[in-house]
Design a binder for this molecule. Structure first.
Ligand SMILES: Cc1cc2nc3c(=O)[nH]c(=O)nc-3n(C[C@H](O)[C@H](O)[C@H](O)COP(=O)(O)OP(=O)(O)OC[C@H]3O[C@@H](n4cnc5c(N)ncnc54)[C@H](O)[C@@H]3O)c2cc1C
Length: 384
């Protein structure tokens, strides 16, 4: 099997899809190994529901060991180094060599880079933090809830807006709405800038209709007990704080020299190839310029990681078998924006189309909420 060792780094959205597609297409013609530090796949789009107690932790996770039934070798290990010269990856307990490498290590968080964030802010950007926030939400009885974004880029541009709208709905149902003020802060110029100002204004309308005060262009500087301060000297009081932490590329990727001045891995946006032979990168760990887009880089979202992983995996399979044609990624994606009351808005489009991204926005409705439930079921079952 010389020449056919495929290593997939990270068992999140991109890694799960890539390992499945490769195992299905190549069978025993290749050795497919997935290296992931957690023993479970976790599904972040369900975390807003978990925050409200509508899902338990066990409902949003699946054992990665199940993939072994498909012939995928699952190595439950922490990756510490990547050497593209030697074509090897080091973990805490050993080394793996590869002929093809798919880097799908996602983004890490750097809360320590903003004073006070670790001590005073909640978020739902990992399962443990989402579970802690659920407890804080349950106990909260009144005051100002500040919801915000510390730095860009961050994953799922709609998630913090979803958090604000879902919390507003939750406390309204609990009969506590009169005792609450909602403040939303972000360094962005408007809501979800990746989808353009027209759709951003529709999101703003939804926020305003629910009494959520919106404060754009505020870059968080420091958090003290009950107080936020921003770089321009503005301040904001809070009693409960949700704040998206700063995102950075995982250290092994940076140490390997795979990242550029953006801090993320540059790739061919259609094939996900990096500048190193046989090395592909997909999902949140990449940076893809959008020369005609509303923002300079493609937002970080699972739907993109999914599409990109399929393309990278199919093309590796084609190279190994010599069968089929190389495919390219189309830049398409969609996203739900849960607003509470069993309703969701929906955004869909081509983020790499010229001369502008072609994006549609569907106002909140029950049908989109039902679609999001189906989307969750698909992810919890289809790949296992
Ligand atoms: C609250 C929330 C809601 C979201 N909702 C949506 C949504 O509705 N739709 C959507 O499209 N996207 C959504 N996203 C974004 C989506 O989850 C991510 O964009 C997606 O998971 C990216 O996939 P990935 O494979 O690039 O990275 P990930 O899924 O993050 O996977 C990376 C994996 O690498 C592993 N890893 C990292 N470093 C190491 C190491 N050193 N050693 C071993 N393993 C390592 C991690 O443990 C992780 O499992 C949401 C995200 C959040 C936080």
């Amino acid at each position: 099997m010389s020449g056919n060792q495929i290593l997939i780094l990270g068992g999140g959205v991109g890694g799960l899809v890539a390992s499945n597609v490769l195992a299905e297409r190549l069978g025993d013609r290749a050795k497919v190994t997935l290296v992931e530090r957690k023993d479970k796949f976790q599904f972040p789009p369900s975390y807003p529901w978990l925050m409200l107690g509508m899902r338990g932790p066990e409902q949003v996770q699946r054992d990665l060991s199940v993939l072994r039934r498909k012939g995928i070798r699952v190595a439950n290990e922490e990756i510490v180094s990547i050497d593209v010269g030697k074509r090897s990856v080091g973990t805490k307990s050993g080394e793996f060599s590869y002929d093809y490498l798919v880097v799908s290590l996602g983004a890490e968080y750097a809360p320590h880079t903003i004073p006070g964030l670790l001590e005073h802010a909640h978020h739902i950007y990992d399962l443990e933090s989402a579970t802690r926030f659920k407890d804080a939400v349950e106990k909260f009885r009144g005051g100002t809830i500040a919801i915000g974004i510390s730095r860009t880029p961050f994953k799922c541009p709609a998630a913090p807006y979803e958090v604000a709208l879902l919390l507003e709905d939750y406390y309204t149902k609990k009969g506590l709405r009169d005792k609450l003020k909602f403040e939303f802060f972000t360094p962005e110029p408007g809501p979800v800038p990746a989808v353009g100002p027209d759709i951003g204004n529709k999101v703003l309308e939804v926020l305003r209709s629910r009494g959520i005060n919106y404060h754009p262009k505020l870059r968080l500087k420091e958090i003290r007990q009950n107080d936020l301060s921003f770089e321009g000297g503005e301040t904001m009081r809070f009693d409960l704080l949700f704040c998206v932490p700063p995102h950075v590329a995982p250290p092994p990727v940076v140490k390997a020299g795979l990242t550029n001045e953006t801090g993320w891995i540059p790739v061919n946006p259609r094939t996900m190839e990096t500048s190193h032979e046989g090395v592909y990168a997909v999902g949140d760990v990449t940076s893809i310029p959008t020369p005609s887009g509303y923002v300079p880089f493609l937002p970080k979202a699972g739907v993109f990681a999914h599409g990109q992983a399929e393309v990278a995996a199919r093309n590796i399979a084609t190279k190994i078998t010599g069968r089929g044609k190389a495919t390219t990624w189309d830049g398409k994606g969609s996203c739900f924006l849960e607003v509470g009351g069993g309703q969701s808005a929906f955004v869909k489009g081509n983020f790499l189309s010229e001369p502008r991204p072609e994006i549609e926005f569907h106002m909140p409705g029950r049908v989109w909420h039902a679609q999001k439930v189906i989307f969750e079921k698909y992810w919890m079952r289809h790949w296992f």
